[in-house]
Ligand binder design. Structure first.
Ligand SMILES: NC(=O)c1ccc[n+]([C@@H]2O[C@H](COP(=O)([O-])OP(=O)(O)OC[C@H]3O[C@@H](n4cnc5c(N)ncnc54)[C@H](O)[C@@H]3O)[C@@H](O)[C@H]2O)c1
Length: 386
């Protein structure tokens, strides 16, 4: 039912291996533009076999394969009647990449971590495509050259449009709801966006033969573990938010595609909004401490996180990868210690539901992608609007 509106599809230079995937999407009417003649013939055969309405248009000559012309016109007439009833969605083309560069789809790329990553990959020569519903993100965060789609990962048509228009090689998946406390009050919304959104994304990755993903998970999956967590540490999600992250991890692992799952600790620094400790220190005159200030956090600079994604892309371009990797500094600060670095005033209030006592990262495994954090907590506390 998700695809019942998809009637028309325009394809340009799409490899024939994708024909079968498109057919699974119930595409009814396909226009093939300007591919080479042998590619056109194979495409046309596949489409006719599947009784899809197919139009072939070469850039040089309107119709190169004359034998298909008559059949095509008949189909066109039949289609015309049906098409009036339906909505059209157009797909087009592939973005050819140069050298080692990839076509990378970033979900949630207009958000806090997403835009640092998108801008870095764009600057490094990759073709970056962002899908974001702008619920918390801002399109103006994105540098020139990044292709933006205002779309939702829980909406099949939005995903089909993005994958159909672009020959994606790898997906970086940031989109989702992220406020731990809110997830306790609205668990179903969190499962819908985070889990159903990821399921749909994986489904269309499979349809369009995209087999590499980098996923943003969270250290919250370790629950109240009191030591330094490594990737083997037993998981114990204590909130709906953490549970959605672990469920997505499992879906990705079992889906059979190549992946790097990053478990971020407390991301901070740069252009940060919201209610996190470092953002509060930078943006408020008086800091509210939830609890007694003894909770320990492992803060990691958002630009270090963006660089980890850059290295992960490079690693995945030449390795068949199935890795779970922690991203943190490997050094903890209590809430009170962190505030003291700023000389700001503070007040105490009652602890928040879902707040974890100790969060500390063993980050050694990240060496396999050649990553180490380089920025200090002092840098995270600095004003940075870029
Ligand atoms: N910030 C942290 O400390 C932290 C820690 C661990 C994990 N993470 C994870 O990293 C990812 C990015 O977090 P962030 O801090 O940049 O948050 P953010 O809210 O700034 O970014 C999320 C982005 O996703 C978009 N989005 C939300 N729902 C969407 C949907 N249904 N369809 C399309 N776009 C949608 C938002 O508009 C936003 O741009 C999240 O998955 C989060 O769970 C963040």
């Amino acid at each position: 039912m998700e695809n019942r509106y998809i009637l028309r599809c325009v394809i340009e230079n799409v490899p024939t291996s994708r024909a079968k995937k498109l057919l699974k999407c119930n595409v009814q009417f396909i226009t093939i533009l300007g591919a080479n003649p042998s590619l056109l013939k194979t495409w046309a055969r596949e489409m006719l076999k599947a009784r899809r309405y197919t139009c072939i248009v070469s850039r040089v000559q309107v119709v190169r394969i004359y034998s298909l012309l008559v059949e095509y016109i008949a189909m066109l007439v039949r289609l015309w009647v049906e098409a009036k009833k339906e909505q059209f969605i157009f797909f087009q083309g592939t973005n050819k990449t140069k050298g080692d560069s990839m076509n990378i789809l970033i979900t949630g790329g207009a958000g806090y971590i997403g835009h640092y990553t998108a801008n870095l990959l764009n600057k490094s020569g990759h073709k970056v495509i962002v899908i974001d519903n702008l619920s918390t993100g801002d399109k103006d965060n994105l540098d020139k050259g990044i292709q933006f789609y205002d779309g939702d990962i829980t909406n099949a048509s939005d995903l089909i449009r993005v994958f159909g228009y672009n020959d994606i090689n790898l997906v970086i998946h940031f989109a989702g709801k992220i406020i731990v406390e809110e997830s306790i009050n609205k668990p179903i919304e969190y499962y819908y966006t985070n889990v159903e959104g990821t399921r749909l994304l994986l489904k269309y990755m499979e349809h369009f033969s995209v087999n590499k993903i980098i996923f943003s998970s969270s250290a919250s999956v370790y629950g109240n573990y009191e030591g330094i967590a490594n990737e083997e540490t037993i998981t114990d999600p204590m909130t709906p938010y953490a549970s959605t992250k672990l469920t997505c991890e499992d879906m990705i692992k079992y889906s059979g595609i190549e992946y790097i799952i990053f478990r971020y600790f407390n991301v901070a620094g740069g252009k940060q909004k919201g209610n996190s400790l470092i953002a509060n220190i930078k943006n408020s005159d008086i800091i509210t401490i939830y609890g007694d200030g003894s909770n320990i956090r492992d803060f990691i600079h958002v630009k270090d996180i963006a660089e980890a994604h850059f290295r992960a892309v490079k690693h995945m371009s030449s390795n068949n990868t199935h890795e779970l990797i922690n991203l943190g500094c490997g050094r903890g600060y209590t809430v009170l210690e962190t505030i003291m670095k700023s000389n700001k005033d503070y007040i105490f209030t009652k602890a928040r539901a879902g707040d974890i006592k100790i969060s500390l990262c063993d980050n050694k495994k990240a060496e396999i992608i050649g990553w180490k954090p380089i920025r200090s907590i002092e840098e995270m506390l600095k004003e940075d609007t870029k």
